[in-house]
Design a protein around this ligand. Structure first.
Ligand SMILES: [Zn+2]
Length: 456
């Protein structure tokens, strides 16, 4: 049988129903789909291909799914102080810097984030709902070849009592409608979701509008909730109940919703999340850097036991490497609970693949290397010290490797990374432009350089 692409002789973590791992496998790709995955001895002679890629010395995995990524923060990475209280960092540093980017700078930042994701094996992401120049960013990243669901910065709470709350809500709802209509989920890799900032920034009407839009159009909603105790405190003060109880009562919990962080929830909220099929994305890198208290207070082992679909994300500017995020996730609760049985490597790899796919409503489409699934494939180079000897590819992917060993990536059967370089954007030119833009943004901000030592 003739196919477009054949990857031969690779070790393969399939993530299929049987969780098959092949020592010497073949992956056959026709168009944007995988048509066969199996041992070389069974398949090698059955297929001929226009392009045959030798997978010898490589491990193939499904493309990773990043359940929560801010893509317009990358130009300020390394600049944010790590020692300020979370609220102060957010209000005085992150948000002003964010909003201080012009359209071209946001586009550049997003391109850099997309390159960082593809280069470390992420083929699909859910953006955090914090893009301001939505159309410019979508146009800038679409040619690079990643799959993603992006949202515009969307909040409608009138903090000033004199403000026109009804008008603000109408404006926000109309923007969600227009964005989703302009970038529909019509089979292209990138589309727009009615994502919300979340926390306490959205009125009930906005949550309900986003939720109805998502259900009507087959989309999802992503929103931040309860990384620290501010959200529970706000909802208790203003609604007389905790946030997840309130969201349940207004009818917006469900399998289309992806709540992000969810570190400071209680048992009753956990039960509502589990019963409603709401997805939860944990961002372990952000949690530990920001001091959310995830190992002390987080109920992630309990959410897992209750059957909540747990997804992994990278969150902000520091790193978009999902392999790093997997290692953090695999370790946090072993240490915090003194229980080595929590979140084994195989489980966190499920979080980064099939669970992420499910949160996107793409559980039958991506997240596995199996016939009929999209050809979103990552080749990790094994000819590196962290991979040798190859004894257990799942354990070594999570505990020994990082995204730096990602050599090649296909999305929809198209090779978008080859020999450690993105094929559809000039990385060198991108890095040079990013350096210039970052210096301009930081100097415009008037914020001081922050850190223990100053550069000469
Ligand atoms: Zn976030």
């Amino acid at each position: 049988m003739q196919v477009d692409t054949l990857i031969t002789g690779a070790a393969v973590i399939t993530m299929d129903e049987d969780r098959r791992i092949l020592r010497d496998g073949v992956i056959a790709v026709q168009g944007d789909r995988i048509v066969a995955v199996g041992p070389s001895e069974e398949l090698a002679r059955r297929y001929t291909a226009d392009t045959t890629v030798s997978g010898e010395g490589f491990l193939a995995t499904p493309g990773l799914v990043n359940g929560h990524a801010h893509i317009t923060e990358t130009l300020i990475r390394g600049f944010l102080p790590e020692d300020l209280p979370f609220d102060e960092e957010l209000m005085e540093w992150v948000i002003p810097l964010y909003k201080g980017h012009d359209e071209a700078e946001q586009s550049l930042s997003a391109q850099l984030a997309v390159v960082a994701m593809l280069r470390t094996g992420t083929t699909t992401f859910i953006e955090a709902g914090t893009v301001i120049a939505l159309d410019a960013v979508m146009e800038a990243i679409a040619p690079i070849g990643i799959r993603g669901r992006v949202g515009r910065w969307c909040e409608d709470r009138a903090w000033d009592r004199a403000a026109d709350q009804t008008g603000m809500t109408e404006t926000a709802c109309a923007a969600l409608d227009a964005d989703c209509a302009r970038w529909p989920d019509d089979g292209r890799r990138l589309s727009v979701w009615p994502n919300l900032i979340g926390h306490s920034t959205g009125t009930d009407a906005l949550w309900q509008h986003a939720s109805a839009l998502a259900q009507r159009e087959g989309l999802g909603v992503s929103a931040h909730m309860s990384p620290v105790l501010d959200d529970p405190a706000w909802y208790l003060e203003h609604e007389g109940k905790r946030p997840i109880v309130h969201l349940s009562e207004i009818g917006v919990l469900g399998p289309w919703l992806n709540l992000v962080h969810m570190v400071q929830i209680d048992e009753a909220e956990l039960a509502l999340v589990a019963a409603s099929g709401t997805n939860v994305t944990h961002c372990p890198g952000a949690a530990i850097k920001c001091g959310f208290g995830t190992t002390r207070d987080g109920l992630f082992p309990e959410m897992d036991a209750a059957g909540v679909n747990l997804v992994l994300g990278t969150d902000g500017a520091d790193s978009h490497d999902m392999v790093r995020a997997m290692a953090l996730m695999a370790g946090l609760f072993k240490d915090g609970r003194k229980d080595r049985g929590l979140f084994p490597a195989a489980k966190v790899l499920e979080m980064a693949t099939i669970n992420g796919a499910r949160a996107l409503g793409l559980g039958e489409t991506i997240g596995r290397l199996a016939p009929g699934y999209k050809a979103d494939i990552v080749l990790h180079a094994l000819d590196r010290p962290e991979w040798r000897p190859l004894n257990n590819p799942v354990n070594q992917l999570v505990w020994s490797a990082s995204g730096a060993s990602v050599h090649s990536v296909w999305v929809d059967g198209e090779r978008v990374v080859e020999a450690y370089r993105c094929t559809k954007i000039d990385e060198g030119a991108l890095y040079a432009r990013a350096q210039v833009a970052a210096q301009q943004i930081l100097s415009r901000s008037g914020l001081p350089a922050h850190g223990a030592w100053s550069a000469a």
